[in-house]
Design a protein around this ligand. Structure first.
Ligand code: SAJ
Length: 414
């Protein structure tokens, strides 16, 4: 018999839907719950509302076999996995309202013996907070933050760590950090993850698991900030930063990341702020790295403005709008912010090339902007700004762009 007959995943986005589909593919009955009617209807038709390699086939198979269903309202299950957004507020403090709303949704259907796992990246202390919130919502049940191993519910944190674009492989192959409010909470969560994870499930406390996830993304952010700072220094010193990094990385203990137009996505650009918010005095490098990466798009815009000043009629082609290569995700994308700023400041005629989308995002509504093909852009533009290293752009040769001013923020021309 499976240790879990029915699992419910709350939040069917970039993490929740692949997780739900993978668990369903292991023969477990999965009910996905989301507030979006569009997401629920799409999934129930065996289709997907997000782009991720192979996810469409997996969801279709899981829905067809009847193992995966989506719904707007919760039902009883053995385990509940919460995969909702944890953005930050205006003042960069974490916004836990989606987690609280998810708990309010599931609270009425919880029964003794249920496991609740938080997957959303969260500030230290959130899992304990969940236990407290559940105690308030269900005073009839004993929760582990006060009752320890005698509790009626198991509460744990298992932060998602998958890379967009490789979600289905990494969901299965990555090691997982599993932190419980008590050791038994962690053990029960490990049983759940062992249904589909081939990597190791590493047991710890909920607080350490929370901090581990934030640390991983802050580590990346600090290292990208180093690369971005280097790129600005190299511009000043008239050195090709890409060549420099390649050479320095030949040292056996040096591994510099790639500069870019800024750091995008909803993880690396967000999570370090949760550490800064929890320990504002101590988190100095982490805060500075965030500032350096947030300032990079402004630096790129200034470079474009200077290039535009050389032309009577500047025609600027922006190659890429997504937050990184070969995905359609435009959320928190520095490339999109740069394009928007160019449009709003009327810096020239702007051509936008983004092979992964068919329609411009709402953020650009109201501007005189259109999607253009790469060929049209190459024909018309006198300034070419590479904002994303999509595979379609990487085939370009320096000979294709000799007549243009090129601002290559991703180093596709090396
Ligand atoms: N970037 C650079 N230079 C680099 C690497 C990345 O400028 O050398 C930029 C990218 O272009 C992008 C941003 O950083 O704008 C983030 O991209 P990414 O591919 O490094 O990471 P994400 O945000 O897609 O996913 C990260 C991953 N975390 C780590 O690699 C430590 C992933 O494993 C996490 O699950 C995910 O965050 C998350 O959900 O937290």
């Amino acid at each position: 018999m499976l240790p879990f007959n029915r699992v419910s995943v709350i939040g069917l986005g970039y993490i929740g839907l692949p997780t739900a589909a993978v668990i369903a593919s292991r023969g477990v009955e999965v009910l996905g719950v989301d507030v979006s009617e569009h997401a629920v209807n799409t999934i129930n038709q065996g289709k997907v509302h997000i782009v991720e390699p192979d996810l469409d086939m997996l969801v279709q198979a899981a829905v067809t076999t009847g193992k995966l269903k989506a719904s707007l309202s919760p039902e009883p299950a053995d385990a509940f996995m919460i995969a909702v957004p944890t953005p930050f507020k205006e003042n960069k403090s974490p916004d836990l309202s989606y987690i609280k709303a998810a708990l309010e949704t599931i609270a009425p259907v919880l029964v003794k013996g249920n496991l609740i796992v938080l997957e959303s990246t969260s500030p230290v202390g959130t899992t304990e907070q969940i236990s407290q919130w559940l105690a308030e919502l269900r005073p009839d049940l004993k929760l582990p933050h006060t009752e320890g191993e005698q509790a009626d519910l198991f509460v744990a944190h298992c932060p998602e760590r998958v890379l967009p674009g490789r979600v289905l492989q990494e969901l299965v192959s990555n090691d997982r950090i599993i932190g419980g409010i008590t050791p038994r909470c962690a053990e029960r969560a490990i049983e759940l993850y062992q249904l589909f994870v081939r990597g190791e499930c590493l047991r710890t406390t909920a607080r350490t698991a929370e901090m581990a996830k934030l640390t991983e993304n802050a580590f990346r952010d600090v290292n990208i900030a180093f690369a971005n700072e280097l790129s600005v220094i190299c511009d000043t010193l008239k050195i090709n930063v890409w060549e420099l990094i390649k050479l320095a990385n030949r040292h056996p203990r040096v591994n510099i990341l790639s500069p870019g137009p800024g750091v995008g996505g909803h993880c690396i650009a967000v999570d370090p702020w949760f550490i800064v918010d929890s320990a504002p005095e101590q988190a100095q490098i982490i805060r500075k790295a965030r500032e350096i990466n947030d300032n990079k798009p402004l630096y790129v815009i200034e470079k474009i403005r200077q290039a535009a000043d050389q032309f009577k009629k500047p025609v600027i082609a922006c190659l890429g709008l997504a937050f990184k290569a070969d995905i359609d995700d435009l959320r928190e994308s520095p490339a999109l912010d740069i394009a928007k700023k160019l449009l709003s400041e009327n810096i020239g005629e702007i051509l936008l090339v983004e092979p992964n989308i068919k329609q411009l995002p709402a953020k650009l509504a109201g501007y005189k902007a259109e999607l253009t093909t790469l060929n049209q852009a190459l024909e018309k533009a006198n300034i070419l700004v590479v904002l994303v290293d999509h595979k379609q752009f990487k085939t370009l040769q320096p000979a294709d762009v000799t007549t243009k001013v090129v601002i290559d923020t991703r180093g596709i021309f090396g």
